[in-house]
Design a protein around this ligand. Sequence first.
Ligand SMILES: [Zn+2]
Length: 309
Amino acid sequence: MGRAERKAEAREEIVRREQHRDRRRQISRILHKPAAERSPGERELLEGYAELVQELEKTRQRRERLRYREQEVVDGAEILQKKVLELAEAVRGAENLVIYTGAGISTAAAIPDYRGPSGVWTLLNKGRSVSTGDLSEAEPTFTHMCIARLHKAGLVQHVVSQNCDGLHLRSGLPRDATSEVHGNMYIEVCTSCSPHREYVRLFDVTERTALHKHNTGRSCHKCAEELRDSIVHFGERGKLAQPLNWVGAVKAAKAADVILCLGSSLKILKKYHCLWGMNRPSTRRPKLYIVNLQVRSKRNFSLKPSLKR
Ligand SMILES: [Zn+2]
């Protein structure tokens, strides 16, 4: 094919795409009108482009589902009271209560959550910037303090958190009762020392680290090797004993008869089947209680322990 032909073909392709885009816009405009207001010509056009109509309809439904899931729902006082009593009963009656926490329990500490209406992903998706403020000044919230207190009273056995903000640790919850499955932004580790040597800092150690780039720029005072952060990014697999403490999380989940999820959309955690007792016979799986402001339907949650909202 000659140069001129190739050029002509490329031009044609551009024109084709532009036409398609215009057609899409036109159809979309018609679809936005109430059916009764559409002219015979417009109706005909919709019939002629049934496939495009279907595609646009699917996009609209997807967008609507997303908007529905993003909105936050607060129960009325009466319903809330009933649910709280039911939950208190479950906490009291549990032999082995494990709590799973997500970003939602840290929003009161001015730490942004991920999927809420003003969450990090939502804002980034809309092309807006995210300001996180100085996270090192964040203090444990009422929720963190309650959890620590419940643990002290022997009512909670273990906490598995997706948060990296270190607030469970600051609340006084013991290390061995915590699994920070995505790491802790205040902990850097020397993996050359055996056992691994941990450095718990008062400042954020992740300033210079990123995905697949974990060296913090400081070195171990014992062996002089470089320290790394403890953060697990999406798509990475974390293996550190602490603060990730996967062994502790799995052991706790195995023993749990009640699981309480606080402020998490569970999108990530539900992928770890070992956390939900799914290998047990269905009658012996842990009871599951979910406290979250965002809508969580049974349909979206593909696991089948007894589910309460
Ligand atoms: Zn070392």
